[in-house]
Design a binder for this molecule. Structure first.
Ligand SMILES: Nc1ncnc2c1ncn2[C@@H]1O[C@H](COP(=O)(O)OP(=O)(O)OP(=O)(O)O)[C@@H](O)[C@H]1O
Length: 691
């Protein structure tokens, strides 16, 4: 079949499927507007179905796989789309959902005539592939058709033409779905079983964030009867990043997943009894002036986030638990005695993993009940005696310790084990903050952990937790999240090579993976970078080498672009040079998103002011930014992590801005670019780049 006739054939088939979708849309009928609750629920479901069908009507499918199953004599064409569509009368599947087991063949197939197989609910199903076809449908029209494999043709390997076409497109201000081009190594992660803590180390641009979001959509499909979107949660580094990724899940037909930052979540868990101490702004401290590696190692965040520190917290909780058991008998009225042994037997028969303060409350109630029943059994009636006994009961109950999380944490600062770990000034400051109802970011994990152990949570446990940029998490943070799950079901992703928050985050994955049994966890690496051109990746890999020998360079997809420019100018020319280059890029019209990355917030402000004065409209990103608008953006390099832009201009690649310890920061900056990267320096060029 020629390409033309294949195109015509697919156009006809497309029209046929679209007409089925239209029929089904018409059958849904008008919306219900009455008050009947049952009818409203039915209407809600119909509305969701309508929305799914409308999405399908714009782009019903993106791929076709001709699969010849087992003993069958002919291959069956399977059309794969974002949502399944069945024939309204026969129920025959016109489009298969990308998450269905058979669709895994589409992603896993890498060419060749060898038999293939997929896991179905009824066991493994084998067969052979005859055709793999990518189809690009836009607004119901077939735009493009690429056969990446045709059985019997001499070139048996699946080509990346379609992927390259998608990667070459320019980007707007939102991350988007990749269902049509998910790669084999990504698909494996997406389809990993639910009850695992899956760790993903991936180079910049390898699709970690995207893969994690697709994994959520997969889990909701695969375990529809066991997990709910409302009980899933995504942790991201800041609100702007959440805004940037917010489009992917709705595109995949998934809604209602909670998206938050660790800080926001922790403050909620602590029922807003604690606020962040604004003077502890760690971004300003760590990024606005040079800091050494040694300073990072000794940072309170590393110490308070460690498992050693957690041991100290656990020891404190254990000693507090021991004092829950009164040592003295309770004797509200002479001769009416409750011995410590009886009280102990009550406490020990309680569920031992129940939060400590809940056990305390239960114990106090039981003391009250015991007294009331003794009072009754002894047929006592004197109200004066009763009032006196009541006062004794109160006094006795008060001796059973009761703490808030902040009080217990403050008292922990006086423990010997903690004194050996933390410098005196850090301990004093921590105590002061606890008194004021404030905390530094590194105090949140221990505080939440203590809170959950003391009081538990009134929220349901999480079915699945996603942690993006997990290299910036401490083991203690992960532990605090683990307390919110019945069994581990997590996707934890990050890149150590982008670990610019090393003053708080991990330095090796083992710090996090060691928290889980081997059977409960999985570890994957993604080495291919899909974001940037080969030239940009080669350049960034050179910066990477500045981190030492133990680095993993990213492997590029074969997508060639323009060379990376490294340009020198005088200090007085710097700003005018930036505005001239950016104006040129804008006039060229090839880039939808352009970022100017400065080393500090202060330098970004100066650049932004200059652009405004030059009549170039740009947005300036600050540390508490809620949204990312696309277009031309000026952003401190440390806030650009996780984002991407068609073109990136690094405004200050000077040696005094990026010292030998700043390789991770510069690497983050360079790897934000998809198609174009330019670096400017006024003084000597940073030694992280070999000129
Ligand atoms: N299989 C794929 N097909 C098409 N595009 C892809 C694929 N995988 C990743 N991409 C694209 O690569 C870019 C990087 O993806 P993403 O931001 O998820 O990577 P990341 O590993 O989280 O990056 P970083 O760590 O640098 O923030 C995005 O534009 C994404 O759409």
């Amino acid at each position: 079949m020629t390409i033309q006739s294949a195109f015509q054939h697919e156009e006809k088939r497309l029209e046929d499927v679209l007409s089925h979708i239209r029929t089904q849309l018409r059958a849904i009928g008008p919306r219900y507007t009455g008050d009947d609750f049952t009818e409203q629920m039915i209407d809600l479901q119909k509305e969701q179905r309508r929305q799914r069908l409308e999405v399908s009507h714009r782009e019903p499918y993106f791929g076709r796989l001709d699969f010849q199953e087992g003993m069958k004599t002919e291959p069956t064409p399977l059309y794969i789309g974002k949502a399944g569509v069945a024939h309204e009368k026969t129920n025959e599947l016109l489009v298969i959902d990308w998450r269905a087991p058979v669709a895994s063949l589409f992603y896993a197939f890498s060419g060749g005539e060898d038999p293939v197989a997929y896991d179905s609910p009824d066991g493994e199903i084998g067969g052979t592939i005859h055709l793999k076809r990518n189809l690009m449908v836009r607004e119901g029209k077939l735009d493009r058709l690429v056969d990446s494999y045709v059985r019997g043709q001499e070139d048996e390997s699946v080509t990346d033409e379609f992927l390259l076409y998608r990667l070459g497109e320019s980007k707007d201000n939102r991350l988007r779905d990749i269902v049509s081009t998910i790669q084999q190594e990504q698909d494996r992660i997406i389809r990993t079983e639910k009850n695992k803590a899956v760790f993903i180390q991936g180079v910049a641009g390898s699709g970690k964030t995207t893969v994690a979001l697709h994994r959520l959509a997969f889990l909701l499909y695969q375990y529809a009867d066991r997990i709910r979107a409302e009980r899933m949660v995504i942790f991201a580094p800041n609100r702007m990043f959440l805004d940037y990724i917010s489009g992917v899940l709705p595109e995949l037909g998934v809604g209602d997943i909670m998206q938050t930052t660790y800080t926001e979540w922790a403050i909620e868990q602590l029922q807003k009894t604690v606020q962040i101490d604004e003077s502890s702004d760690s971004l300003a401290y760590w990024f606005e002036q040079p800091r050494t590696r040694e300073e990072m190692e000794r940072a309170p965040g590393r110490l308070k986030g460690s498992m050693l520190f957690k041991q100290a917290v656990d020891a404190k909780l254990a000693s507090m638990e021991a004092t829950l058991l009164p040592q003295q008998p309770f004797e509200p009225i002479e001769g009416m005695v409750l011995t410590p042994d009886v009280i102990k037997s009550w406490v020990l028969t309680d569920e031992s993993n129940e939060p400590l303060m809940k056990r305390r409350t239960r114990l106090v109630s039981r003391l009250k009940r015991w007294f009331e029943s003794e009072w009754k059994n002894r047929r006592m009636t004197d109200s004066k005696v009763k009032t006196k006994a009541g006062a004794k009961l109160n006094a006795y109950s008060k001796k059973i310790p009761s703490f808030t999380a902040a009080q217990l944490y403050a008292s922990l600062m006086d423990d010997e084990s903690v004194a050996a770990m933390l410098p005196a000034d850090v301990r004093t400051l921590t105590k002061k903050r606890m008194k004021q109802g404030t905390a530094a970011p590194e105090d949140l994990a221990p505080l939440v952990y203590i809170q959950l152990r003391l009081y538990g949570s009134d929220q349901p446990t999480y079915d699945h937790v996603v942690i993006d940029e997990a290299q910036d998490y401490s083991p203690f943070q992960l532990e605090s999240l683990r307390l919110c799950q019945r069994q581990p079901s997590m996707t934890v992703l990050g890149d150590l090579q982008q670990g610019i928050h090393g003053y708080a985050g991990i330095h090796s994955w083992i710090e996090l993976t060691a928290l889980f049994d081997l059977d409960d966890s999985g570890y994957f690496e993604l080495d291919r970078s899909y974001r940037s051109t080969m030239e940009i990746i080669d350049f960034a890999n050179q910066v990477l080498r500045g981190m030492g020998d133990n680095v993993k360079p990213a492997a590029p997809v074969f997508r060639s672009g323009e060379p990376v420019d490294v340009v020198a100018c005088s200090e007085t020319e710097r700003l005018s040079h930036i505005s001239a280059a950016v104006r040129e890029w804008i006039e060229e019209g090839s880039y939808r998103t352009i970022a100017i990355l400065g080393r500090t917030a202060k330098s970004c402000e100066a650049i932004w002011e200059h652009l405004q004065a030059e009549g170039l409209h740009a947005s300036l990103v600050r540390s508490k930014q809620e949204a990312y608008g696309g277009g031309l953006t000026v952003v401190p390099v440390y806030l650009a992590k996780g984002l991407e832009f068609d073109a990136v201009f690094i405004a200050d690649a000077d040696a005094d801005q990026y010292g030998p310890d700043d390789a991770k920061l510069l690497y983050v900056g360079c790897t934000r670019a998809l198609h174009k990267l330019k670096l400017l320096h006024a003084g000597p060029l940073t030694t992280l780049i070999q000129s």
